[in-house]
Design a protein around this ligand. Structure first.
Ligand SMILES: Nc1ncnc2c1ncn2[C@@H]1O[C@H](COP(=O)(O)OP(=O)(O)OP(=O)(O)O)[C@@H](O)[C@H]1O
Length: 269
């Protein structure tokens, strides 16, 4: 039996009169890559924000790893193993790549400015070493060793996105929420990012919930895909099933128009 790591139960969210989400339910299997697609304004980011705790839904429940997290703050959800990246980059531009990743581990540190001095003599050095090792593992995994000392704000967009992923991974998440991880990337950067997402899923066992507009990537790397439309769940299933849906074909692939064009051309000939 496959276990769900995330259960979304009848989530609704409105901003004033705008219904961003209406009665959306789905579940995400542990260890899977789950993508959310849909046109602009369909409610994808709102859904991700409800999951991460940034938005509080008007109704519905969010169960993460068996716990009801609906009323928990984002930090508490992070403590339970929920990591995320943002649609717009949210790195500290003036800090080095290494420091940006270390910030991601901050919530895992036992010693802080208050307990730090006392703790230092005993366990802190060991803890520090363990953290450094984990950070190095992530740096190696994402192949960003050559830029570890670079100031994040000076890097190319593709590399900054990769550093953001590194920071989210530093949290040791069970689940990672990725908001358009390939937006603004060229083909090569997209291919790299797709490989990293697959590898972090397969090698680290991290479950991925991702919003992405690039249908090629979505269909290539997702185990399941959900389509949102005007804040409602339209369809959720295996990539092939979703691809076969007439709405998806029309909205994303333009297949029917293409077929019509071919028919018209044949008519002309
Ligand atoms: N903070 C907010 N305040 C007011 N309205 C919002 C807010 N966030 C989202 N909305 C509205 O909720 C609806 C869903 O928006 P959302 O950003 O979730 O869609 P989306 O599918 O992520 O779109 P996109 O692909 O353009 O990012 C839209 O009508 C949007 O204008």
């Amino acid at each position: 039996m496959t276990v769900s790591i995330l259960n979304i139960e009848q989530i609704s969210l409105a901003f004033g009169g705008v219904k961003a989400l209406t009665d959306v339910s789905f579940s995400v299997k542990k260890g899977s890559v789950f993508s959310i697609i849909g046109p602009n304004g369909a409610g994808k980011t709102s859904m991700l924000n409800c999951i991460s705790g940034r938005y509080r839904p008007n109704s519905g429940k969010i169960i993460f790893d068996g716990k009801n997290v609906t009323d928990l703050r984002p930090n508490d959800r992070a403590d339970l193993g929920m990591g995320r990246t943002f649609q717009n980059l949210a790195l500290f531009g003036h800090m080095s790549v290494l420091d940006n990743i270390i910030v991601g581990r901050h919530h895992l540190l036992k010693n802080n400015w208050l307990t730090g001095p006392l703790y230092w003599v005993s366990g802190a050095q060991k803890e520090e070493l363990a953290h450094r090792r984990k950070v190095e593992e992530i740096i190696d995994f994402l192949e960003i060793s050559h830029i570890r000392k670079s100031i994040a704000g000076t890097l190319s967009y593709g590399l900054r996105k990769r550093v953001e992923l590194a920071r989210a991974m530093a949290l040791n998440p069970k689940l990672i929420l990725l908001d358009e991880p390939m937006a603004g990337m060229n083909l090569e950067e997209k291919e790299d990012m797709a490989r990293y997402i697959l590898d972090l899923n397969e090698e680290f066992g991290i479950t991925v919930v991702m919003i992405e507009h690039d249908m090629g990537v979505v269909m290539d790397i997702s185990h399941e895909v959900m389509v949102l439309d005007f804040g409602k769940k339209l369809i959720c299933g295996l990539p092939d099933e979703v691809m076969a849906d007439p709405y998806v074909k029309r909205a994303y692939l333009g297949l029917e128009e293409e077929e019509e064009d071919i028919l018209q051309l044949e008519g002309v000939n």
